[in-house]
Design a protein around this ligand. Sequence first.
Ligand SMILES: [Ca+2]
Length: 386
Amino acid sequence: MYLYEKLISILLLSLPGIMSETTENSQLTALKNQDEQCGSYCFGILKPFIEKVSSLQPRKEKAKKFREMESLDNYCLIKEDFIDQIIHLIAFSNNIENKWMVELKNKDFQILNQTVKISSLEKRLTEKENEMKAIENKLIVDLKNKDSEISNLKSQEKENSAIIGKLRKNLTDKENEINNLSSCIGKETGIHEIKLPGSSAFNVSCDTCLAGSGWTVIQRRQDGSVDFNRTMRDYRKGFGALDGEFFIGLDKLHLLTKSRKHELYIYMKKFNDESRYARYSHFFIKGEEDSFKIKSLGNYTGDAGDAMADNLYKKFTTIDEDHDNWFTGNCADFYAAGWWFHNCGNSRLNGKYQTADLAAKVRGINWISWTLDSLKFVQMMIRPVE
Ligand SMILES: [Ca+2]
């Protein structure tokens, strides 16, 4: 019985893949021992069987093969899985490719459209460039022409400036000439001919002694040699002698004061030879149609007082033409003089010439803002104001 069990175990141990290598070695050792124990009898019976079993295949090699098979299976499985993935990837790739192909076609179509548009735009651009070039060329030509015109104009302007300068100089010379001709400016004391626009030439008395040069004397009283109690006609035309007593005449006075702005200077002297003056900055006499009214006196300066203040805007009154503001009488008749009477006012330089012994006693040549005495000497003068 014991032996039989041993034999079974040996058989089992000899089966491949059941025992480990260590166990196998120990069993072979044990079998060898059993052989020794069993002796030649039992061993001799079982030995061929055992050897047959053992010879079928070495167990070590089988185990190796078995592991290899297992690895191969695993490998196959991995391969299969990998192949599946590859197939899936190829399918996905095909899908993507198809989508890309569609997209590509669309893009191609779009590119074609864009190309057509670009071609059209390029054509228009070329046309526009040609137009611009043509305009530019025209502008260049125009500009050259304009430059030439400007150059010509500049030279013309230069010539014109020279001509204008010459004309201005001539004009100034003429103006000076006219000024000199129409006034006492630049003339010595004495009698000179002057000419005003719109009038024939006439002689005037010029004075450079009493208040500087350039004064035209319009009235002088010095000795009573001339009667000043005259009609309007005489006062219009003027009377007396230019080198003595005289009145220039209202017509000439109007022309002179109208032609240019004039100032008025009145020099006065008493019989005691005391002298004073009154000066008005803008003296202007209207024409016959306004009865030779004093339109302007300007500002008063001087040391004789402003005795003509009441005469501003008054018409000229004579013994035969009463324009004064004395409603019941005629100032010209009362003072025996023609003047710009008010009612009758404080100045009457055309009054009757009195002698020294009568000067303080009777009406005469008066400037009331200075003295009640009749004056010994009076000279009224005008001069153009620059
Ligand atoms: Ca009157």
